[in-house]
Design a protein around this ligand. Structure first.
Ligand SMILES: NC(=O)c1ccc[n+]([C@@H]2O[C@H](COP(=O)([O-])OP(=O)(O)OC[C@H]3O[C@@H](n4cnc5c(N)ncnc54)[C@H](OP(=O)(O)O)[C@@H]3O)[C@@H](O)[C@H]2O)c1
Length: 277
């Protein structure tokens, strides 16, 4: 594996996609600062990653957390090169009109204001000479999904924030986002548990996403192979966003069989007609 040697802060790095990203970066030789709200799982995650990981318990919805994260990285590791804004609040399913008042505020603070504050804190300090930002958006930020309007709108805002920050911060700082489809994590269990069979049948890649699929994409956005890439939203969804335009293998096979049957029937009709002539 390529040895990177950078310092990476991952919000929500105590579980799910954030943990996979942090574990991967540590495996590549980076030192990682991971955050989460619950100290127990956070500490366990840091221990599972190993000595290159350090934990900071904080809530990304708290405006003070951005400075705390940047300061902790610099104090503990002497620098900060990459921020991955991954923590998000996922509200209960509801129409926009019925969305809970508290959720409206929490979604905005966690999913949009939190990442913006984190970038501002990094740029005001350790990113003065350059840095890399990766936002963890969502396929929901590009598509309409029933009863997920509040969450989806926050991710759409995060995607646009990504583009605007890229325009404002280049060339020193690159800013991109990864937009996952449905990924097998605890946080998304209600979504994938009920839908896994359907996803296997209909999605072009015929499987759910795994947290490591997203870590793969984040690696690309962090590393120098993407050095000319900024302001982009990289959708990583196993093809879910193109499945409606695609015949499934079963449909294709059924169509081929139907075409063969039609050809046989036509040949039989022609033969019969020929016999009558
Ligand atoms: N899984 C999917 O299908 C999917 C699809 C599209 C996009 N995404 C995005 O991917 C990201 C990660 O999702 P996930 O499925 O991995 O979630 P997850 O399994 O619920 O894990 C989220 C992690 O973030 C921490 N966290 C949650 N809220 C936080 C906050 N306010 N401040 C700091 N840490 C917080 C959690 O720990 P604590 O609870 O202890 O804080 C937990 O360790 C999110 O941005 C999500 O919107 C996920």
């Amino acid at each position: 594996m390529e040895r990177s040697g950078r310092v990476v802060a991952v919000t929500g790095g105590s579980g799910g996609i954030g943990f996979a990203i942090a574990r991967r970066r540590a495996a590549l030789g980076d030192r990682v600062l991971i955050t989460g709200r619950r100290p127990g799982p956070l500490q366990s995650a840091a221990e599972a990653i190993g000595p290159q990981a350090s934990a900071l318990a904080c809530d990304s919805a708290d405006p003070a957390s951005a400075r705390q994260i940047v300061d902790a990285a610099v104090e503990r590791f002497g620098r900060l090169d990459v921020v991955v804004a991954n923590a998000a609040h996922v509200p209960a399913l509801s129409s926009l009109l019925d969305a809970d008042e508290a959720d409206i505020d929490l979604v905005w603070q966690t999913n949009v204001a939190g990442p913006l504050r984190l970038v501002r804190a990094a740029v005001a300090g350790p990113f003065a000479d350059g840095g890399v930002v990766v936002m963890v958006g969502s396929l929901g930020g590009q598509a309409l999904q029933p009863d997920m309007g509040l969450y989806s709108a926050s991710k759409a805002a995060l995607h646009h924030l990504t583009r605007i920050l890229a325009a404002e911060l280049g060339p020193a700082v690159r800013v991109n986002a990864v937009a996952p489809g449905l990924v097998r994590t605890e946080g998304a269990r209600v979504g994938w548990e009920a839908a896994e069979a359907m996803i296997r049948a209909r999605s072009p890649m015929a499987r759910l996403g795994e947290a490591d699929d997203i870590a793969d994409a984040v690696d690309f956005l962090v590393d120098d192979g993407s050095s000319w890439l900024t302001g982009q939203i990289l959708v990583v969804d196993g093809g879910a966003s193109v499945q409606l335009g695609r015949r499934t293998r079963r449909t294709a096979a059924a169509t081929t069989a139907a075409a063969a049957a039609a050809t046989t029937a036509a040949a039989a009709t022609t033969a019969a007609d020929g016999g009558r002539q």
